[in-house]
Design a protein around this ligand. Structure first.
Ligand SMILES: [Zn+2]
Length: 216
């Protein structure tokens, strides 16, 4: 992991930790402290809705999130605007604002231990591509689910369940079949539970939005 990603993740964590106590339905006094320990944190309503939908349909997802929670570890899901722009170098900001669809960034303590992973999802870019395509809302939402499943279940949760960088679940290496890669095998298991199709490539072809990007 490069330095800018580490700094970005730490800043993002600070932002979210500050905002979490205001979260939650009917949060009573005293509940705020408990909510700091929720294993899957997101304040953006669109992300929250998709995460809830995935949890409702996937037993694998629920089991892994619950296991991470029991270990006191968490995934923090953010949009690019929730990451403080002044704290990141131009390259990082540009990548998240434009080109990258999403990224999972483990936060390492002592260079090894992982108690939290930040996932940044480029909601504006995903919405823009689907708007250009004239997609139905369901197509946009299904792509968001696929992206969240890949980043959270494919990458973030394996780090948390291991508790160290050794838990890394990788994307396909050069020359490796996508279906052999750890992150895509995990992604496909949850996709299967939700009827979201099977990913067979390392790129964007498993997403509806690939139809548009091939024309750009
Ligand atoms: Zn990946």
């Amino acid at each position: 992991m490069s330095g800018w990603r580490a700094r970005l993740a730490l800043v993002a964590l600070g932002l979210v930790m500050a905002s979490v106590p205001t979260l939650g339905q009917g949060a009573a006094p005293g509940r705020a402290v408990a909510s700091m320990g929720e294993p899957l944190q997101a304040t953006h309503p669109t992300l929250r809705a998709r995460l809830d939908r995935i949890a409702a349909g996937s037993a694998l997802w629920r089991e892994a999130v619950e296991a991470a929670g029991k270990l006191g570890r968490r995934v923090i899901v953010l949009t690019p605007d929730q990451v403080h722009p002044s704290a990141v170098e131009g390259r990082a900001k540009a990548g998240i604002d434009s080109g990258l669809l999403a990224e999972a960034m483990p936060i390492a303590h002592d260079g090894v231990r992982i108690n939290a992973v930040v996932v940044v999802v480029n909601l504006p870019l995903i919405a823009d591509v689907h708007a250009r395509m004239g997609s139905l809302p369901g197509e946009h939402d299904a792509d968001l689910d696929r992206i969240l499943i890949h980043e959270v279940y494919g990458h973030a949760l394996p780090y948390l369940l291991s508790g160290t960088l050794a838990g890394r679940c990788a994307d396909p290496a050069e020359g490796e079949r996508a279906s052999q890669a750890c992150a895509i095998q995990r992604e496909n298991a949850v996709r299967g539970e939700l009827g979201l199709g099977r990913r067979v490539d390392a790129g964007l072809q498993g997403l509806s939005l690939a139809r548009a990007t091939s024309r750009w």
